[in-house]
Design a protein. Structure first.
Length: 742
């Protein structure tokens, strides 16, 4: 590569690149994507950064020289750098931050190296044979070593010594004589070490799968009139994963590579195994449970081309492949694809962009596609395929019934937590030896502690939230900041003991289930009961083997679990998220209910689902009960259109966090005054207001919401504003396409 000037992104949050001269000695060795050390500022310290561009000229006189190439730092592929530049622009984040985001910390910090392990092999086979033949009873150890190597060809030194029952001295002697060659080989940390999977072959596709694959293959071959994205809308159990697997096989056949994104929560061994069973060692898995060393090695395997499929959560999108053919985003509607700190990107959307930049097809899969993706599909921006049958015709969708809790009353006149219908259904399952799931998306025992005498509610002093009561631990805890105090025995305000706990959580459901279903084997699964990561697998193992009758849990059990003997799912309270002050509240409720319902009846017995609600006519609930996405979309789209909310327009939130609400208000008002004249007339903006969750960890939170058809100009204006230093004690940031308005 010619050129004498390198434009470099330094690891500094300055949102610009810096030009450096490439010294003679490094010309031709430095390319875009190389990591280099350069002098910066006055000190003699070197900074490292990535070469973004190589050119011949610079607007700056007297450029300083690049000091050196970083040892041990792999180059980044060009298209990934382009992707980072796009992200910086689109998400309004500093460019070097976008570049940094491409790399796992383990690679970036350069501290983790390959582990080396000496391996031994024979120097000269004939000489070795001669030595063995003539050594007789002398040199027993050396003979043994050679004999092992004659059989095994090559072995790690420690294994060789063990097998030959010889000491290292004897081996050293052989190496000295030249009979054995010893060299250091990279020893990879293998997260799958010792695990065995049974290989699977592709299943003959059902007609729906065949049609989906036809569209996907056409898209991969560029025969879909410029479209490169396919929305695969398939009900749970319709065989989406099988479609992914066959599409990946095709990408590999064509010499390409594939990335599969799944939400972290569904990155279970069950899921991973399906990919490994089909593609074996070609698969690298990137998830948060890996050690730094494992992460480093997995990344290097991708970088060096030794694996061709990367499966993982959000960050796997940046796997440094160079012949990418396919990106699969499973459960594309998931909120967790959005990163909550800068760069605040949505991996699903960035996947679409990466596919475009690299000529790869993108499959967005879901049983409940987001309104954005659905809209892109019906307006022809994405190809659209639907799989509405379960892949095994004997397995039909579960029957879903809505239980109107307004009609339920227990003996004491209070509304019960478990309806009669739910209790009856679970009892029936117990008598049949089948399993039940009871779902409630709130952990803890009760949502709040109230004094019936004086009305005191225990609240977190630092957040705008009531404390949740956890009975087993005897504590009150804040689910926003984690603060914890021991539960009160008497009201701290009036001293009476008329304390009441309201708002049922999983812990309370568990205690009720225990008392209602005596003798049943019961387990609870939420982030409180799963005190260590391995417990999750253990409990699921028990459940899979039928050692648990009733599993109670939060959304931790809503996704991806596939247990054929589960024939009943009860939703304790479907209304929990329905009235949150967020325009996606209905959509989320619909998605969650559909997903939970999908856990029932995955085996040969038809499943039954009961949804308890106080809003039996709400369309998010009725549509989920009918397995009817279209009705839900038809109800929801006009509302979004009316309000110019996504998919009919883009959203941007400007956040102000700080200790003093007055100072925030002043700062926000000034800022808005400056921006208003620069806005397009069709941009709509709210006054900066306290966010629905007004305070977290002592910080006040304000936000202004902008809505516009296109955000380009607005972003330019806001970006400049955000680059100015806000007043002390206030932090300011932008969120483009926010997924939560809370
Ligand atoms: P989804 O990802 O849509 O929930 P899966 O791919 O997990 O669906 O498929 C559900 C079940 O159906 C799995 O057990 C899978 O092995 C089986 N399956 C998928 N495709 C086929 C097929 N073509 N023939 C037979 N069984 C299939
Ligand atoms: Zn708190």
């Amino acid at each position: 590569m010619s050129g004498t000037v390198a434009r470099i992104a330094l690891d500094l949050s300055l949102d610009r690149f810096f030009d450096y001269r490439i010294p003679e000695a490094l010309r031709g060795r430095i390319r875009t994507g190389s990591r280099v050390n350069v002098p910066f500022g006055k000190g003699r310290f070197l900074r490292s950064g990535y070469v973004m561009e190589i050119t011949d000229r610079s607007d700056f006189p007297d450029l300083r020289e690049i000091d050196s190439l970083c040892a041990n730092s792999p180059d980044l592929p060009d298209p990934l750098l382009k992707l980072a530049e796009w992200m910086a622009l689109y998400y309004c984040c500093p460019r070097e931050l976008a570049v940094r985001n491409l790399l796992p910390g383990a690679i970036r910090n350069g501290k983790i190296r390959h582990r080396l392990r000496p391996h031994c092999r024979l120097g000269d086979a004939a000489q070795a044979a001669e030595f063995v033949a003539h050594s007789g009873n002398r040199a027993k150890a050396r003979t043994a070593l050679l004999k092992v190597l004659m059989l095994e060809h090559e072995l790690p030194q420690d294994v060789l010594l063990l097998k030959a029952e010889a000491g290292k001295g004897a081996l050293d002697a052989l190496v000295k004589q030249g009979l054995v060659l010893r060299e250091d080989v990279i020893d990879e940390r293998d997260p799958f070490k010792g695990s065995q999977v049974l290989p699977t072959a592709p299943l003959p596709p059902t007609p729906e799968q065949a049609e989906a694959l036809r569209v996907i293959f056409d898209t991969m071959d560029g025969k879909n009139s410029g479209q490169h994205v396919v929305l695969l809308h398939g009900v749970t159990c319709s065989g989406k994963t099988e479609v992914y697997l066959q599409a990946i096989a095709r990408a590999l056949e064509q010499g390409g590579e594939a990335i599969v994104l799944v939400p972290e929560i569904s990155l279970t061994p069950q899921t991973v195994e399906r990919f490994r069973a089909r593609f074996g060692d070609m698969v690298s898995v990137l998830h948060s449970g890996l050690s730094e060393g494992e992460r480093h090695d997995e990344w290097m395997k991708v970088h060096s081309g030794r694996v061709r499929i990367a499966v993982g959560a959000r960050s796997a999108l940046f796997a440094p492949f160079t012949r990418l053919k396919l990106i699969v985003v499973d459960e594309e509607h998931e909120q967790s694809y959005k990163q909550s700190e800068a760069p605040r990107y949505n991996a699903r959307d960035v996947a679409v962009m990466r596919g475009k930049l690299e000529g790869a097809a993108v499959i967005l899969g879901s049983a409940t596609p987001s309104l954005e993706s659905h809209y892109n599909a019906i307006t022809g921006k994405y190809a659209h395929v639907r799989m509405l049958k379960r892949s095994d015709p004997n397995i039909v969708l579960p029957e879903v019934k809505i239980v109107d809790m307004r009609c339920e009353e227990s003996d004491d006149g209070k509304r019960p937590v478990l309806s009669r219908a739910l209790i009856r259904a679970v009892k029936e399952r117990l008598s049949l030896g089948e399993q039940s799931i009871i779902f409630l998306n709130r952990r803890g025992f009760a949502k709040q502690m109230i004094c019936e005498e004086c009305g005191f509610v225990a609240r977190c002093p630092d957040c705008s939230a009531a404390y949740t009561y956890h009975r087993k631990l005897g504590i009150l805890t804040c689910h926003l900041c984690g603060a914890m105090i021991s539960a009160y025995e008497k009201c701290p305000q009036c001293g009476t003991d008329r304390i009441r706990y309201s708002g049922t959580g999983t812990e309370k459901v568990e205690s009720m289930v225990f008392s209602v279903f005596k003798g049943a084997r019961i387990a609870r699964m939420d982030s409180d009961s799963m005190t260590r990561p391995s417990l999750y697998e253990e409990v699921l193992g028990h459940f899979r083997r039928g050692e648990i009758d009733i599993l109670i849990g939060t959304q931790m059990i809503a996704k991806g679990l596939d247990f054929p003997n589960v024939t009943f799912v009860g939703v304790v309270n479907a209304d929990m998220g329905l009235f949150l002050p967020d325009f996606r509240a209905s959509e989320r409720t619909f998605q969650l209910l559909t997903q939970v319902a999908g856990r029932a009846g995955r085996g040969e017995h038809r499943g039954e689902v009961l949804i308890q609600t106080g809003n039996p006519f709400n369309s998010a609930i009725t549509a989920a009960a009918e397995h009817d996405c279209d009705t839900f979309y038809a109800d929801e789209l006009p509302i979004r259109k009316e309000l110019k909310f996504p998919p009919y327009g883009h959203l941007l939130t400007l956040h102000f966090d700080g200790d003093d609400p007055r100072a925030i208000e002043t700062c926000a008002a000034r800022l808005m005054e400056r921006i208003r004249p620069c806005l397009d007339p069709e941009t709509e903006v709210t006054e900066p207001m306290p966010s629905p969750i007004e305070r977290i960890k002592g910080k006040y939170r304000y936000q202004a919401v902008f809505r516009a058809g296109k955000l380009g100009k607005l972003k330019q204006v806001l970006r400049e504003e955000c680059c100015r230093r806000p007043p002390k004690g206030i932090s300011l940031y932008l969120d483009i396409d926010p997924v939560s308005m809370l």
